[in-house]
Structures are given as structure tokens and as C-alpha cells.
Design a protein around this ligand. Sequence first.
Ligand code: TMP
Length: 207
Amino acid sequence: MKGKFITIEGPDGAGKTTQVRKISDYLKSKGFNVLVTREPGGTALGEKLREVLLTSEGESPVPEAEALIYAASRAQLVKKVIEPALDDGFIILCDRFVDSSLAYQGWARGLGIEKLADINGWFLKGVWPDLTIVLDIDPAQSLKRISGKKDRLESEALEFHRKVREGFLKLSEIYPDRIKVVDASQSPHEIFKTILFELKKSGIITL
Ligand code: TMP
């Protein structure tokens, strides 16, 4: 696999999508082939599963079912999109990936980080990110940024979102070489500068 795989993570409202766009614009301007995708979603099936996962209508999945539906979307994305793009030498930027399952379902829902790493490890094999940026922010602050109707996960209590944040910080201790925590209470420009520094430090880009 010749490409590189970068994931952007963090609690809801942390500003991931803005940063993914900034990183993508930057890398493209430097001549890299960049593929941007997201989770849940990124494939036709994944986008249908996203609707199932995020709707506030009807019956909510139990935590175990929730974990497996996220994993199903991920397996489809890995086999259909990520593996082929890595083989073609792309830099892949993914808005959320496996660490969201470890933080949300493994830690915040209480299913266990190891259990989720096991389930996902079954089909991820070698396709773990080369670099993961966690945008870290107090959810009391980040949730205020969400405009419009909140989805099923965004509507969870503040306590749940605090656990998610705690989960991501725990993950950065478990995987210190791969996961870099960036203070997301800064301005989008400052956040981007810090991410760029991490990208260079990791050796993914040498510009
Ligand atoms: P997004 O709106 O940031 O794209 O993410 C969708 C929601 O799904 C967000 O609340 C985080 C949650 N999520 C999980 O709980 N587990 C996962 O594995 C993923 C990828 C997302």
C-alpha cells in the first residue's frame, strides 16, 4: 500500500469537517492526490447505514447493534474505497474512523475499548490510520456550535459527550505514536496550523 491514511476525530461540534476541508485544500495545492471521505458513510451502503444510525425517529439500536452497524459501514468503506485508494497512492482524509467506535461505543457506551478494537481489527487488518488527529474540546463548548436539529447522537446528554471526550484522550495514551491531540478551542486557523505541524512531524508530508 503506497498511500497514506489520515483520520480526524473528536467530539460532536469540534470542527472536524472544517479542518478536513482545509487539510484537503492544502495538500491538493501542493500536488498530492487526495481522497476525502467520512464515517459513517462514504459508500452508497454506508450512507444508508448513516441514516439508520443518526435518525432520532423510531427504535434506537442497543449499544451492541449500534457498534456493529458502525462497523458494517466501516468494512464497506475499507474494502470498496480505502484499500483501493491506498494502493493507488492517495492521501486519504477520513472524517471519523475506528477511534470514534472505540471512544463512543467502547468507552462512552461502556462496551469496552478492547472489545471494539477486536471487532474492528477483524476486518481492518493492516488498514489502521497512519496518523489520527483528535480535536479536543469541552463538549459544553462544542455542542453549542451545532446549529439546526440535533441527530440521535448529538442529542445525548452532556455527560455522554464528556465520556466521549475522555475516551478520545484515553486512546491518545493507548496509541501515542498514532494519535495526536490538538486543542480545538483555538481559532480554525490556529487549529489548522497545529495540524500541519503534526503532519510534517509525522513525516507524512515533507514540505
Ligand atoms: P458526524 O456527524 O461527525 O459525521 O458523526 C456521526 C455521529 O456518529 C457522531 O455523533 C459520532 C458517531 N459515531 C459513533 O458513535 N461511532 C462511530 O464509529 C462513528 C464513525 C461515529
